[in-house]
Design a binder for this molecule. Structure first.
Ligand SMILES: [Zn+2]
Length: 564
């Protein structure tokens, strides 16, 4: 049951038009009222010890019989016809009502303090201090699922009533009828009916193999990412809305035939129905040609000099680069499933009173109440698509790793230089089989540009790794990279200075000023794809010189600025 759905209540919608039945329900000894003050929910802070973990608030519930006696004729905000009927609560069969009580707030607060159910949750003598008015959207995640569902339903209905005052056809005032669930024009010649509004919105987890596309709204704090979402347009199917929103926000084209409904969630703030989808994006394929796979320049004695081996070109696929709609999204990126799995539980949704900054290079996802989180978690629970013939005894080599068995730093030290290699490891069938494109890097001894020795050590480490797992090794290329601070990003024109993403500069470390060893040039796109797998939050800059020419380009300009 999704968060914010009215779960335990029996809506008893068939009774809404039955005045006698609703009147009887309101007179039931157990009948309770969920009070709202000027549109905000009246809630109580619950005793942490007595509640379930993570639950800090409950609705400030009133027994209707505690307030009914003080009815004050037509002006009484608690008069029967001003109560909205939500249904019967499953746990005790109590009829549940909601009402706006601003005009008799003190009376209601006293009634809350007298309610044994509230006293039981808050503690005797502590109710007055525990009462507060809160926005239902922000307080909902800090309630039990059941309470949040009821509160959201009440908040949504009362808001609609507040905003539905006049007939759209004739301008006459409308009257709320049907226990709060319908408005009707009071003009007897018109009598136009109005019903609570529902706005469908699509929420899409776009995937491309083992990558998922997540975006950051321009209003969200840095590091907070979620699925792409948008409202359904008129005369548009849900599937069409998915394709349009993803294209508009990220520039990524999805295959409409892959759009799959997952589940939905009411999001009554004010009145959305979030409809969750998965959609698959075709990967971009790059064929690394024989010329690029040239291994003749590797050092003598390496095991990958067979001409037959590099006669076959290798194809590498990765997700298409998003192009942002800067009006809506501040950022959109692909995140590898392994990386997301490691991030899932690390940081709380900053909208839920987190307040702590999300560290550079990491992300936070929507909280447990959100459909987006459900979509991401469910996808992370599924096995990786790319599991090329592995057996439990011989896992495939990691796609990106440091050599020397050192753990890969989540955020590498700024201004530290690394030598890198892109290799293909061919595992024999007995060892699980499959061709694995992998990036290996290690920090340079002196901290600056790699020397011949740095490259030689890295080559030896790659060969040793291949030897350990019984794979044949093919060198696709290499060079050097440097992790930089957040001064510049690929999308510098839309990022502000606080963006603080890191910058990686890649170049062919061959010869020249820095004295590095000569290594084959590898397709920059392949390096980008591999590096992004381990460092999705880093903007990756590849100097133009690396790609063998072109002058005056932005990248080259930046390269000069950073002396690369
Ligand atoms: Zn009318």
């Amino acid at each position: 049951m999704p968060f914010f759905a009215l779960s335990d209540a029996d809506r008893a919608s068939e009774l809404r038009a039955d005045t006698e039945a609703i009147l009887a329900a309101s007179r039931d000894r157990r009948a309770v009222l969920l009070p709202f003050v000027a549109g905000r929910a009246l809630v109580v802070a619950v005793d942490e010890d007595g509640s379930r973990p993570g639950v800090r608030f409950a609705p400030a519930e009133v027994r209707l019989r505690d307030v009914r006696r003080s009815a004050d004729g037509d002006e009484d905000p608690l008069a029967f016809e001003r109560l909205s009927f939500l249904g019967f609560r499953e746990e005790d069969g109590a009829p549940v009502f909601a009402a706006e009580v601003k005009r008799c707030e003190s009376l209601v607060r006293e009634a809350v303090a007298r309610n044994p159910a509230v006293i039981g949750r808050v503690g005797r003598g502590a109710v007055d201090e525990a009462i507060a008015t809160k926005d239902a959207k922000s307080v909902g995640p800090e309630m039990s699922r059941k309470d949040a569902g009821l509160l959201a339903a009440a908040a949504s209905l009362l808001r609609w009533q507040r905003n539905t005052r006049f007939c759209q056809k004739c301008g006459s005032p409308v009257k709320i009828v049907k226990s709060g669930h319908k408005a009707q024009c009071a003009n007897s010649d018109c009598r136009a009916p109005y019903y609570p509004t529902l706005m469908p919105a699509v929420l899409t987890l776009c995937t491309c193999g083992d990558y998922a596309l997540l975006g950051r709204n321009s209003k969200w704090p840095r590091g907070f990412y979620s699925c792409l979402a948008g409202f359904v347009d008129q005369s548009e199917s849900l599937e069409q809305a998915v394709a349009r929103e993803v294209l508009e926000e990220s520039g990524v084209v999805i295959d409409p035939s892959t759009v799959r409904y997952v589940t939905s969630q009411p999001w009554p703030f004010p009145c959305q129905l979030m409809v969750g989808f998965r959609a698959e994006v075709a990967p971009k394929r790059v064929t690394v040609s024989d010329a690029v796979c040239d291994t003749r320049r590797t050092r003598p004695g390496s095991r990958n000099t067979s001409n037959e081996e590099h006669a076959q070109s290798c194809e590498v696929s990765f997700p298409p680069t998003p192009t942002l709609d800067i009006a809506e999204l501040r950022d959109a990126r692909w995140f590898h499933r392994d990386w997301l799995r490691a991030q899932l539980g690390k940081h709380v949704d900053p909208r839920e009173g987190g307040g702590r900054e999300i560290p550079v290079g990491e992300i936070a996802l929507p909280g447990r109440h959100a459909l987006a989180r459900y979509l991401v978690e469910r996808w992370c629970d599924e096995p990786n698509v790319a599991k090329p013939g592995t057996s439990p005894d011989s896992p495939p080599p990691p796609s990106v790793a440091m050599t020397d068995d050192r753990e890969m730093p989540l955020v590498p030290t700024t201004n530290r230089s690394f030598a890198f290699r892109v290799v293909e490891m061919n595992l024999p069938t007995a060892a699980g089989g499959g061709r694995h494109t992998a990036l290996r890097f290690s920090p340079t001894g002196g901290g600056g540009a790699p020397t011949v020795n740095d490259h030689a050590r890295l080559d030896a480490a790659c060969e040793a790794e291949a030897g350990r797992i019984g794979a044949s090794l093919r060198l696709l290329g290499g060079g050097q990279m440097c992790f930089r601070g957040g001064e510049i990003s690929e999308s510098a024109e839309i990022d502000d200075e606080d963006e603080a993403s890191l910058l990686i500069v890649l170049r062919n470390g061959g010869g020249g000023d820095n004295g590095g060893a000569e290594v084959p040039r590898v397709d920059p796109e392949l390096v980008r794809a591999l590096v992004r797998r381990a460092y999705p939050m880093h903007d990756i800059l590849i100097p133009g010189a690396f790609e063998g020419g072109g002058d005056g380009t932005t990248e080259q300009g930046l390269a000069r600025r950073y002396q690369y």
